[in-house]
Design a protein around this ligand. Structure first.
Ligand SMILES: Cc1cc2nc3c(=O)[nH]c(=O)nc-3n(C[C@H](O)[C@H](O)[C@H](O)COP(=O)(O)O)c2cc1C
Length: 229
C-alpha cells in the first residue's frame, strides 16, 4: 500500500510524528512519501477561477501543483497532518486544498479518489481539533474519498519531545486501531457519497460550465456510469 503524508507544516512536530507513526503501521518505509507545506507548495489561490471554468491546466500554479497531484493520485492512503492554528488547519494546508476546488464532486472529481482512504490528524495544545479536522475532511469527502478517519489529540505541549508518556501511549493505541481499520477495509462507497454523486450527476446534465459538463458527459456519469465498481 502506498501512503502519502501531507504535512500542514514544514517542521516535524507532534502532528507529523503521529502521522508518521500511523504510516509505519500501515506499510513499509519505501512505500511512504511526504509532502511538506509550504516547502513543497506555498502558493495562494489568486481567484482567477480558470480551474473551474476552463481547465486546471490554466491555473497559474499548475506546474508547481501537478507533481503533487501525481503523488496524491498514485497513493492508496492519504494522511493529512495539521496542527491547530487558532482553531483551524494551518494556512498553508488551506491554501493547498484551495488549489483543488476543481476536483470537488460539484466540478470534476478524479475517479481514482473513490478507491482511496484518508486520515486527517490534528493536534492542539488544548482545543480546536474538531474544526481544524473539518477544514481538511470536507475536501476529502468532496474529492470523493469514501473512507475518511479523523483523529484529533490535545497533546498539551508545543513540542513532541515534551509530550507526556501517558499521552504518547494513548496515541499508540489509537494509531493501532486506525491502522487495523485501514488494513481491513474491503472497499465500498457510503450512502452519503453515492447520494452526493447522484445529485451532482443530475446537475451536470446541464452543467455549471462547459468544462465540468463536458467532463461528466465524457465519463458517462450523466448517463448512469459511476467512478466505482
Ligand atoms: C499560530 C499558532 C496557533 C495555535 N492555536 C492553537 C489553538 O487554537 N488551540 C490550541 O489548543 N493550540 C494552539 N496552538 C498550539 C498547537 O496547536 C499545538 O502545540 C500543536 O500540538 C502543535 O503541533 P506540531 O507540533 O505538529 O506543530 C497554536 C500554535 C500556533 C503556533
Amino acid at each position: 500500500m502506498k501512503v502519502l503524508i501531507i504535512s500542514g507544516t514544514d517542521h516535524k512536530g507532534s502532528t507529523y510524528n503521529i502521522g508518521r507513526l500511523l504510516a509505519g503501521k500501515i506499510t513499509s518505509e519505501e512505500n511512504i512519501s511526504e509532502i511538506f507545506l509550504p516547502r513543497d507548495f506555498g502558493e495562494f489561490c489568486c481567484g482567477c477561477t480558470n480551474c473551474f471554468g476552463k481547465s486546471e491546466r490554466e491555473c497559474p500554479h499548475f506546474g508547481k501543483l501537478s507533481p503533487l497531484t501525481e503523488m496524491i493520485d498514485s497513493s492508496d492512503i492519504l494522511i493529512f497532518t495539521t496542527p491547530v492554528y487558532v482553531y483551524h488547519a494551518t494556512g498553508q494546508m488551506k491554501a493547498f486544498l484551495d488549489h483543488y476546488g476543481w476536483r470537488w464532486m460539484v466540478h470534476r472529481p478524479e475517479e481514482k479518489m473513490f478507491s482511496k482512504q484518508a486520515v486527517v490528524i490534528s493536534t492542539a495544545a488544548g482545543a480546536g481539533m474538531k474544526s481544524a479536522i473539518k477544514d481538511v475532511a470536507d475536501s476529502c469527502f468532496f474529492w470523493g474519498i469514501p473512507r475518511v478517519y479523523k483523529y484529533g489529540k490535545a497533546v498539551m505541549e508545543a513540542r513532541w519531545d515534551h509530550v507526556k508518556p501517558k499521552i504518547k501511549k494513548s496515541i499508540e493505541v489509537k494509531t493501532d486501531s486506525i491502522a487495523k481499520k485501514i488494513l481491513g477495509y474491503k472497499g465500498g462507497i457510503p450512502l452519503k457519497t453515492r447520494g452526493m454523486f447522484f445529485i451532482m450527476s443530475m446537475m451536470q446534465r446541464n452543467g455549471f460550465n462547459e468544462a465540468d459538463a463536458g467532463y461528466w458527459k465524457e465519463k458517462g456519469w450523466t448517463s448512469g456510469k459511476r467512478p466505482w465498481k
